[in-house]
Design a protein around this ligand. Structure first.
Ligand code: USQ
Length: 510
């Protein structure tokens, strides 16, 4: 029999369990160890469980049944998943949210979601549009039913509207909540005070409201919260970028003395007011897990790219959005679009900034695997969700190589002034072992293959035309300094070949 990454999890992790008995919510934290020790003289656990799905079991020891043994957990290619698991996606109309809705629906989950369509308005406000046309939500839901046989339960709700959110969560009783419902743009948050305040309110207060709502209504559900690698910044000491917390054997040496740093949150050094909102979320989620035994994985995601999953490609009405403007287009997506219309690829500054990245399909796999292995009561944990990392320059060269070789395009690369305040030459040693080691993540989205797919879609005449219509939104205009001007070209550069790094080792992506 296959051994899944979550085979040995027990009801202690399961969101279908109500804890009963002597539950001391003040004694929370990373609680498995404490739980094991909490036995009275008869050997009985102080904490007992009742199963909402199998009430006939009565009260039992929550560590006595594993996912592998429980008939409510069924096998899928990503581990055991609860039958008809109720999953709510916040931000379901977005690039990731819509992709995940179809993905989880096809895995047999009961998907519900909210959105207030703000991503569509932000992009319109910046004078742009998604270059891959997308349907409105009514048509999306209709197509999901017609083409994929999915019944997705959607409600238009602004995440800041706590009453409506609470009502919907009470109705659905989700067993996992995936929180994509934030404004994801660093440049958007740097336009002016109004935009900075809007992003921080939407993200920080939205998440805080969600935490209170979960505490009141579904404290046993797991929260998969989207953070960002950008919370950490790029430490100039070159110290490794750990997964949110220092590992157990990390030591601080100072003044001839030593302290263990194990388990402490690592320093954050966010790189925009948007990234600050994510860092604030980190602390709020961490505290909520501590105070109320909520359970959460905070996902520090690298720069996302790509356009493909089987479900998105099944019908044009099911496609997800693809942005190319400076605020909402991420760098690889922008490069491919630029290449298609002969716009020299825009490296900011020296182009030596290094970032982690992950393909769309792999991001879906990671989230599914996290859902399948819910955190324990009170557990806050962090994963760095990326499949490789490299400099912006190497990425541009990769895009150029594929576009020229496979699509016959003539592609140039330019360096433009960097409107952001960021180190453009820096050490970078991210650790991203937990997803592969503890959750069974296996990279399936190879960078070159996905870039190839992106070119195949974007070179279609109707899409190329939509990129050309928005050529004027490509060059960045938002300066971290507050200046209002267009960036200037610094150099049109010559090509050379580089390698992408994966797990710290150089990997040739040719
Ligand atoms: N960059 C260029 N040329 C471009 C666009 C960007 O050189 O045309 C550079 C930027 O200076 C930056 C890097 O590419 O150093 C990444 O920029 P980006 O716009 O792709 O991504 P970023 O602003 O960092 O934010 C995006 C998502 C955000 C997510 C983050 C992951 O919008 O939601 O949190 O990627 S990370 O960058 O790892 O923090």
């Amino acid at each position: 029999m296959t051994k899944f990454h979550n085979s040995d999890c027990t009801c202690w992790n399961c969101p279908a369990i109500n804890l009963a008995g002597k539950v001391d919510f003040r004694a929370c934290g990373q609680s498995a160890l404490k739980f094991e020790k909490k036995q009275d003289e008869t050997g009985d656990s102080h904490i007992m469980a009742e199963c909402k799905r199998r009430p006939e079991l009565g009260l039992f020891d929550p560590t006595s049944i594993t996912f592998e043994e429980c008939p409510e957990w069924r096998e899928t290619q990503y581990g055991y998943l609860l039958k008809n698991m109720r999953i709510m996606i916040l931000g379901m109309d977005g690039y990731l949210g819509w992709t995940l809705a179809l993905w989880l629906g096809k895995l047999g989950c009961h998907v519900s979601g909210i959105d207030n369509f703000s991503r569509r308005s932000w992009v319109a406000e910046r004078g742009s549009h998604t270059i891959v046309p997308i349907s409105d939500m009514t048509e999306r839901l209709h197509a999901a039913k017609e083409v994929l046989g999915l019944n997705i339960n959607f409600r238009k709700i602004n995440i800041l509207d706590r009453e409506l959110l609470k009502e919907f969560i009470e109705e659905v009783k989700p067993e996992a909540i995936v929180h994509y419902g934030e404004c994801p743009s660093a440049p958007y948050s740097m336009i002016d005070f109004e935009h900075a305040a809007y992003v921080q309110k939407n993200n920080v207060i939205g998440t805080l409201g969600l935490l209170f709502t979960m505490h009141e209504v579904v404290p046993e559900a797991s929260l998969i919260k989207l953070g960002t690698m950008g919370e950490y910044g790029t430490p100039l000491t070159g110290r490794p970028i750990f997964e949110g917390m220092f590992p157990a054997n990390a030591v601080l040496k100072w003044n001839n003395r030593e302290w263990s740093m194990g388990g402490e949150l690592t320093p954050r050094d966010p790189v925009s007011f948007y990234h600050c909102s994510k860092a604030q979320d980190t602390f709020n989620v961490y505290e909520a897990c501590k105070y109320w035994w909520l359970r959460s994985y905070d996902v520090m995601q690298g720069v996302i790219y790509g356009v493909y999953t089987d479900h998105l490609a099944a019908d044009p009405r099911l496609r997800t959005r693809y942005d190319i403007d400076e605020a909402f287009g991420t760098v690889i997506n922008r490069y491919v679009a630029q290449a298609v219309i002969g716009f020299p690829l825009t490296l900011y500054g020296k182009g030596e900034q290094i970032r982690g990245f992950i393909g769309l399909e792999d991001a879906m796999q990671c989230i599914t695997r996290l859902i399948a292995k819910p955190p324990e009561p009170g557990q806050y944990d962090v994963v760095n969700q990326m499949s490789g990392y490299c400099s912006m320059r190497k990425l541009a060269e990769t895009v150029k190589k594929i576009g020229e070789k496979d699509f016959g395009l003539k592609i140039e690369i330019q360096r433009v002034e960097n409107p952001r305040v960021e180190a453009d030459r820096h050490p970078f040693e991210p650790i991203f072992n937990k997803l592969p080691d503890e959750f069974g993540f296996v990279q399936s989205d190879m960078l070159e293959k996905e870039i190839h797919r992106m070119f195949a879609l974007l070179t279609r005449p109707e899409i190329k035309k939509r990129i050309e219509e928005k050529e004027h939104v490509i060059l960045p205009k938002t300066w971290w300094s507050g200046e209002k001007k267009e960036v200037e070209r610094l150099e049109l550069i010559k090509n050379n070949n580089h390698a992408v790094k994966k797990n710290g080792k150089a990997v040739n992506i040719n």
